[in-house]
Design a protein around this ligand. Structure first.
Ligand code: ATP
Length: 310
C-alpha cells in the first residue's frame, strides 16, 4: 500500500528553483533516504511532507489524503520528526520530553509512563538513571536517542528524519546507526531520512532518492544506483566510495551462493562479514577466511557488473 505519494512538487525561493518537479511513491514500511549534495533541496522536500514548507505546485498525499486537506498540527502528530539539533525542551526531563506528543493526544498517564520506559530501555538509556535527567546532562549521542524516543513515543506510522546523526562524531554515529537499524520499533514504520552521507544512505535505505539542484537524478535501491546509474551525476556521486559501497550492497548470499549458507548468513553483507572475521569477537569458528571471502567477492562483483551490462 502506498503511504506517501508526492506528485510534481515544485518550490522556488525568488528566482532560484529549489525543488523541481519531484514525484515519488513510498510503500508502508519502506525507508527512503533523500540524498544529494549540500543545498540540493533535501530538507525543503522533507518539510513539504509535513507542511513545514508549502510547495508552489504539486501535491503530497499521505494514505490517499491530500495533506492540504488536513490541519498541519494534526498532520504532524501522526508523523514523528527528528532533526539534527534534537530540539529537546531544556527545562523538562528526558521523560517529560518524550511524553509531549502522547500527552497532546490524550493518552493515559500510565500508558505514557510504560511506553517511555520501554523506549528508553530499548535505546540503551536505562530509565532509572536517565528518565529524570535534563537534556544538558546528556551527551550528544544520548540526546539524539531521546529525540528518537520522542518521535516514536506516540507510535506514529511515519517518521521524518533530517540529518538525525549529523551532529555526532563518526564512532558514535556508526553505533547509533547500527542501533537504529536493529530497532524493531522502526521496522514497520515508513521512514523518510535526509542525509548527505553516502555510507549512511546505503546502510539505512530500502530506496534512495538522489537529488541534484532540486531535480531527481535517480530513485532506486542502493544496488540499482551503484550498479546501474541513470546518468553521469549518479555514477560520479558514488565513485569515490565505490568499493566501500559494493561491500555494503553485496551479501554472503550473492558471494557464496544462497544454497551454501544458513538463512541467517545469506543477508549478511560482505562488510559485516569482514567486521566479524577481523573484529574482537572473532572466534575462529568461521567457515571461510578473509582471503576466501575477498576472492569470492571479486567474482560476485564481476557477475553483477556483467548482469547489468546485458
Ligand atoms: N527560506 C529560504 N529562503 C531562501 N532560500 C532558501 C530558503 N531555504 C532554503 N533555501 C535555499 O534552497 C536550497 C535548498 O535548501 P535545502 O535546505 O533544502 O538543501 P539541503 O539539500 O537540505 O542542504 P544541506 O544538505 O546543506 O542541508 C539552498 O540553496 C538554500 O540556500
Amino acid at each position: 500500500m502506498t503511504t506517501i505519494r508526492a506528485t510534481n512538487l515544485h518550490k522556488r525561493y525568488g528566482a532560484q528553483p529549489v525543488v523541481q518537479d519531484v514525484s515519488f511513491e513510498l510503500a508502508a514500511g519502506e525507508t527512503l533516504v533523500l540524498l544529494g549534495p549540500s543545498g540540493c533541496g533535501k530538507t525543503t522536500l522533507l518539510k513539504m511532507l509535513n507542511r513545514l514548507i508549502e510547495p508552489d505546485a504539486g501535491t503530497v498525499e499521505i494514505n490517499g489524503r491530500d495533506v492540504h486537506a488536513q490541519r498541519p498540527e494534526v498532520l504532524r502528530r501522526g508523523m514523528g520528526y527528528v532533526i539534527q539539533q534534537v530540539g529537546l525542551l531544556p527545562h523538562y526531563t528526558v521523560a517529560e520530553n518524550i511524553a509531549v506528543v502522547p500527552k497532546l493526544l490524550g493518552h493515559a498517564p500510565a500508558a505514557i509512563a510504560a511506553r517511555t520506559e520501554a523506549l528508553l530501555t530499548r535505546l540503551h538509556l536505562p530509565p532509572a538513571r536517565y528518565a529524570g535527567q535534563l537534556p544538558h546532562q546528556l551527551s550528544g549521542g544520548q540526546q539524539q536517542r531521546v529525540g528518537l524516543a520522542r518521535a516514536l513515543a506516540a507510535d506514529p506510522p511515519i517518521i521524518l528524519m533530517d540529518e538525525p546523526f549529523g551532529a555526532l562524531d563518526p564512532i558514535t554515529r556508526a553505533s547509533i546507526r547500527r542501533e537504529f537499524r536493529e530497532l524493531d520499533e522502526l521496522r514497520s514504520k515508513t521512514v523518510v531520512l535526509v542525509t548527505h552521507d553516502v555510507t549512511e544512505a546505503f546502510e539505512l535505505a530500502d530506496r534512495i532518492l538522489l537529488l541534484d539542484a532540486g531535480r531527481v537524478q535517480q530513485m532506486g535501491t542502493p544496488r540499482e544506483l551503484l550498479f546501474r546509474p541513470a546518468n553521469d551525476f549518479v555514477r560520479l556521486f558514488f565513485a569515490a566510495e565505490r568499493l566501500a559501497l559494493q561491500l555494503r550492497v553485496l551479501t554472503l548470499g550473492d558471494v557464496f551462493g544462497e544454497e551454501n549458507l544458513t538463512e541467517a548468513n545469506r543477508t549478511t553483507t560482505v562488510h559485516e562479514a569482514l567486521e566479524q572475521l577481523t573484529g574482537a569477537a572473532a572466534d575462529g569458528s568461521d567457515t571461510f577466511t578473509v582471503a576466501q571471502l575477498m576472492a569470492a567477492f571479486g567474482e560476485a562483483l564481476q557477475r553483477e557488473e556483467d548482469a547489468w551490462k546485458r
